[in-house]
Design a protein around this ligand. Structure first.
Ligand code: NAD
Ligand code: UD1
Length: 346
């Protein structure tokens, strides 16, 4: 795309976070102008400083909350925004069980507040971050996009509710263009090692936990369950490299800018790996040992989950290209270059 001033400008909510920052980098690389809105509740502005450094282009940040309608209205009045990539939200399953109101307020309330401002401003194009968690415990794998929606926790409920709100909105006003992207398990980091996932406290998810064991921040991995009906008894998931995921957003954005209507796709690789396969691959990529111990199953976990991502190929001409080796090598480069995440930087 032309770098001229006429290049479309997009608002990225939650753009300082893990997936958002990688997507901002891909958007800048594709020639879009970008404005980020993030309250920094789970991120660090350093991510965007590094995105600007990597791209050689500005990645401006407005520090604010999507629920702050006067701030969002002002921003939309000031900037010529053509579409929104909506990442902002809370995402920890266990926390959502303990603090459901905060999840409904931030995720559902935040999205309706944002949508009201967008409708007023006549910005009717959105790419939304949904999750494979909306499928709950799937009846079949690979999971097609028309599989039943049955979320098993408040976090998943918020994603399913937002999907419904977006569908109703498009139904009410066919000028809206909405892409619902159901991510499987995003992992990895930009190959530069400059941006990556920087979880606060002890990670809940497998890949950041494994990488913190490898770097010596944590002693050993607890493998949650060794008796699932899978190849080696451990849980199987569809891990997708965050750079592939970010590129999926660029493809989805091109489509929502080109035509109205709604569509939903799975973004995954279509291939599952077990916990032990991940551990071994990470040892290979890092040259470090990852000591582990098999413990009981984690409540709410499922045996296996991987995507049928064929609709994304059909509609967006997108498919994941990066394999497990790149996922582990890039996670390791980020982790070993930034053992304390973004916190070390002044
Ligand atoms: P993240 O926490 O790194 O990014 C979310 C960003 O949103 C953070 O920077 C946070 O500060 C910001 N934010 C939260 N609430 C906000 C609010 N009310 N107003 C403004 N900013 C707010 O998480 P991520 O992994 O990058 O996830 C991005 C999106 O993708 C989320 O919606 C998440 O639910 C969804 N998702 C993530 C995964 C995953 O495994 N990482 C999987 C499926 C879906
Ligand atoms: C979790 C979330 C899900 C979210 C997804 C993507 C839960 C119950 N589900 O799913 O909503 O969409 O992340 O971010 O939290 N594992 C271990 N030891 C660990 C951590 C994980 O053995 O310390 C295992 C898990 O049992 C699972 C696999 O590793 O088999 C992947 O776990 P995780 O990274 O947490 O992702 P999901 O369980 O798929």
């Amino acid at each position: 795309m032309d770098e001229a001033h006429s290049a479309p400008k997009v608002l990225v909510t939650g753009g300082a976070g893990y997936i958002g920052s990688h997507t901002v980098l891909e958007l800048l690389g594709a020639g879009y102008r970008v404005m980020v809105l993030d309250n920094l509740s789970n991120s660090n502005a350093e991510s965007l400083r590094r995105v600007a450094e990597l791209s050689g282009k500005p990645a401006p940040l407005v520090v604010g909350d999507i629920r702050d309608q006067s701030l969002v209205r002002d921003l939309l009045a000031r900037e010529q925004i053509q579409a929104v990539l909506h990442f902002a939200g809370l995402k920890a399953v266990g926390e959502s069980v303990e603090q459901p109101l905060s999840y409904y307020d931030n995720n559902v309330g935040g999205t309706t507040a944002l949508l009201e401002c967008l409708a007023e401003a006549g910005v009717r194009a959105m790419v939304f971050s949904s999750s494979a968690t909306v499928y709950g415990d799937p009846r079949h794998v690979p999971i097609p996009v028309d599989a039943p929606i049955a979320p098993a926790n408040p976090y998943g409920q918020t994603k399913a509710m937002i999907e419904q709100i977006l569908a109703d909105l498009v139904h009410s006003d066919p000028r809206w263009a909405v892409a619902i992207l159901r991510y499987f398990n995003p992992v990895g980091a930009h190959p530069s090692g400059r941006i990556g996932e920087d979880p606060r406290g002890i990670p809940n998810n497998l890949m950041p936990y494994v990488s913190q064991v490898a770097v010596g921040r944590l002693a050993e991995l607890a493998v949650f369950g060794g008796d699932y009906p899978t190849l080696d008894g451990t849980g199987v998931r569809d891990y997708i490299h965050v750079v592939d995921l970010a590129r999926g957003h660029v493809a989805a954005l091109a489509r929502v800018l080109a035509r109205p209507g709604a569509f939903t796709v799975n973004l995954g690789t279509g291939r599952g790996y077990s916990v032990l396969e991940i551990t071994r691959a990470f040892e290979g990529a890092s040259g470090r040992q990852v000591p582990y111990r098999i413990v009981g199953r984690r409540p709410g976990d499922i045996a296996q989950c991987y995507a049928d991502a064929s609709l994304a190929l059909q509609l967006l001409d997108w498919q994941a290209e990066l394999g497990l080796e790149a996922m582990c090598a890039d996670t390791w480069r980020w982790q070993s270059d930034n053992p304390q995440g973004y916190r070390e930087t002044s």
